[in-house]
Design a protein around this ligand. Structure first.
Ligand code: PDD
Length: 303
């Protein structure tokens, strides 16, 4: 059931609806088989942040399931803008927007044959973006190291930002059960990979380290951006294979995502990480991230 009180506007194949009225046919293969891909973006000063990078990843995800994303980026940008206008979130004056773009295989007969679906379904959900509570950044969070293994890359590549989120949802259920803010997952080799909805970094000897892509994880846009933030801030940010001992022996730890920016992790289950408070490297990276966002924000569009 659509959550009452959540003001969302939804664009379904070019038509915009109030969230509670937006529907997709049950013969859509996104519903039947989970065949679809998505992106989550947010705005700063009313403009979708790192739009081109998200579109590039959307097309890469779609390509890996042999799904065509027909309209060009400019078309999708216009559709987002129109949906933001309907939601009263254009230009930033009504607050920042959360934007989710979903592309599914579309409607077709009951078969796995992609040829059965002549046209993909494109859905854009726009609702107000809500920042994590200030205490999350100030005090940091407790996460759980869960035993649900991240999908094997040769079974279902984590490179695909798929609408089929069962692997992530089941892992997050374990984290919820322990009252944790997020769940850290390992890959089939037992290495740390990422969290259920965010990427993982540990800080050791002044450097921010994150598992390599070929460990089997989603190449987060925020994760990628952090290499640039680190270069500007004079903090080494690099990929490294990470195991449990690296996490529990780390000076600091944090997660990154579009909607959460950089969140300090101060405890994993019942074990404190570093000093048990957000560390100096994490804090400098978060400040550097926000500074770079401000520098990059284009002049706010006039209505
Ligand atoms: N989650 N890893 C996973 C499994 C994710 O689902 C996400 C994003 C990330 C971080 O990626 P990015 O920096 O591009 O947001 C890493 C988004 C926010 C979501 O599912 O809505």
């Amino acid at each position: 059931m659509y959550a009452a009180g959540v003001a969302a506007f939804v664009n379904v194949n070019g038509s915009i609806f109030d969230g509670k009225d937006a529907v997709v046919p049950v013969f859509d293969h996104g519903f039947l088989y989970g065949e679809g891909v998505y992106e989550t973006l947010r705005t700063y000063q009313g403009q979708p942040f790192l739009f081109e990078r998200h579109m590039q990843r959307l097309r890469a995800s779609a390509g890996m399931i042999a799904l065509a994303v027909p309209p060009d980026d400019a078309h999708l940008r216009r559709q987002i803008a129109e949906t933001m206008t309907a939601a009263g979130l254009r230009g930033g004056s009504g607050g920042e927007a959360y934007i989710r773009i979903l592309v599914t295989r579309g409607v077709g007969e009951l078969t796995y044959d992609p040829a059965a679906c002549p046209a993909p379904t494109i859905v854009i959900i726009v609702k107000p973006h809500v920042d994590p509570p200030a205490a999350v950044f100030a005090a940091g969070v407790t996460v759980a190291l869960v035993d649900v293994v991240r999908n094997h890359p040769q079974a279902l590549s984590p490179l695909i930002k798929s609408n089929n989120l069962l692997n992530n949802a089941l892992a997050m259920q374990r984290a919820f059960a322990r009252g944790a803010y997020e769940g850290i997952m390992r890959n089939y080799r037992g290495e740390l990979v990422e969290c259920t909805q965010s990427n993982l970094f540990v800080v050791s000897e002044g450097a921010a380290l994150t598992p390599p892509i070929d460990a089997g994880l989603l190449p987060g846009i925020t994760r990628g951006f952090l290499f640039e933030v680190g270069a500007d801030a004079g903090i080494p940010v690099r990929e490294q294979v990470l195991r449990d001992a690296d996490l529990f022996g780390a000076d600091e730890c944090f997660l990154t995502s579009t909607t959460r920016e950089i969140v300090p992790i101060v405890q994993v289950d019942d074990r404190r990480i570093g000093a048990g408070t957000p560390g100096p490297v994490t804090t400098r990276l978060l400040e550097g991230f926000r500074r770079k966002v401000r520098e990059m924000a284009p002049v706010v569009e006039q209505a």
